[in-house]
Design a binder for this molecule. Structure first.
Ligand SMILES: Nc1nc2c(ncn2[C@@H]2O[C@H](COP(=O)(O)OP(=O)(O)OP(=O)(O)O)[C@@H](O)[C@H]2O)c(=O)[nH]1
Length: 277
């Protein structure tokens, strides 16, 4: 028995196997749906500046990214979020009341990054509640139903109302056509052409997806997470670059205050000494 124990101790430890979820574990920038049309990054990978910043030993912490889903009622906002987060699809319609919330964690270039997904109600009667959740969005996903042209026509109205709550900084904007499985090939091509024009007008990146079949759903969410992450890193880099300048300005203001104090101090002591004379 002791011999056996000794043998076990001498055996090398089995390597720890970490299984990464390929859906949420990103090492490269996923491509756009149409590289020729996107107003966002056309690059095939994260920029050198981003990789260099993340390779340093410090471990920056990133705030969760707020993504809001807007669009007419019943276009399929809840369905695409559920397909990505739970890999499930429900064919019966249950209207979102106000807003639903999901959190998904990603590992991007070895750093933790989460998406807060705010799935807002499309029904008119919930409009005023949903609006309150539009603030501080980093990403706006305007959703329309590819089988209903009028839902594409409403896209501009939805985007404008979401942008009104985010006037200080323009979020990344995606225009997403859902229910691609319901269209024939010809209808699909025709609709994509129309939607491409609308996306250019809205300065949005275009995607066609299907929550029923899962077509392009994972790719869309990976792209959203990666672009939002890249933007968050670039913001960090910009704030570091601006810091020395800010500190220098503060230091010069401080030294001026100090000089003035000295000046008044010396005048006061002169006066005081004058009095005693
Ligand atoms: N065939 C098909 N049906 C879909 C797809 N996505 C959603 N649906 C159906 O469309 C209906 C509405 O989907 P929801 O995801 O609830 O729509 P919503 O935009 O969240 O609706 P509101 O909560 O009212 O804003 C449901 O019956 C879904 O099953 C899809 O990709 N293909």
């Amino acid at each position: 028995m002791p011999h056996r124990l000794r043998q076990n101790l001498l055996l090398p430890q089995p390597p720890t196997v970490v299984l990464h979820d390929p859906r949420t574990h990103l090492r490269h920038l996923p491509p756009a749906y149409s590289a020729a049309q996107t107003p966002l990054s056309k690059e095939r990978d994260f920029g050198a500046q981003v990789r260099y910043y993340l390779e340093a030993p410090r471990k920056p912490k990133f705030r969760p990214c707020k993504v809001i889903f807007v669009g007419d009622c019943s276009v399929g906002k809840t369905a695409i979020v559920n397909r990505f987060c739970y890999d499930k699809f429900q064919s019966n319609y249950k209207a979102t009341i106000g807003v639903d919330f999901e959190l998904e964690n990603f590992s991007i270039l070895g750093h933790n990054y989460s998406l807060e997904m705010w799935d807002t109600a499309g029904q008119e009667r919930f409009r005023c509640i949903a609006g309150a959740y539009y603030r501080n969005a980093s990403v706006i996903v305007v959703t329309y139903d590819m089988s209903k042209k009028d839902s594409l026509e409403s896209a501009k109205k939805w985007l404008n109302s979401a942008l009104n709550y985010n006037a200080s900084k323009r979020p990344l904007v995606f225009l997403v056509g859902t229910k691609a499985d319901l269209l024939s090939k010809e209808e699909f091509v025709r609709m994509e052409r129309l939607a491409g024009l609308a996306a250019a007008e809205l300065q949005a990146e275009y995607w066609s997806v299907s929550a029923r079949s899962g077509f392009k759903v994972t790719e869309l969410f990976q792209r959203i997470a990666a672009l939002a992450f890249e933007e968050a890193v670039m913001q960090e880099i910009r704030s570091i670059k601006n810091k020395p300048q800010e500190q220098a300005t503060q230091a010069s203001v401080k030294s001026q205050t100090f000089d003035l104090r000295n000046f008044f101090g010396s005048r006061l002591s002169q006066q005081k000494s004058g009095c005693t004379c």
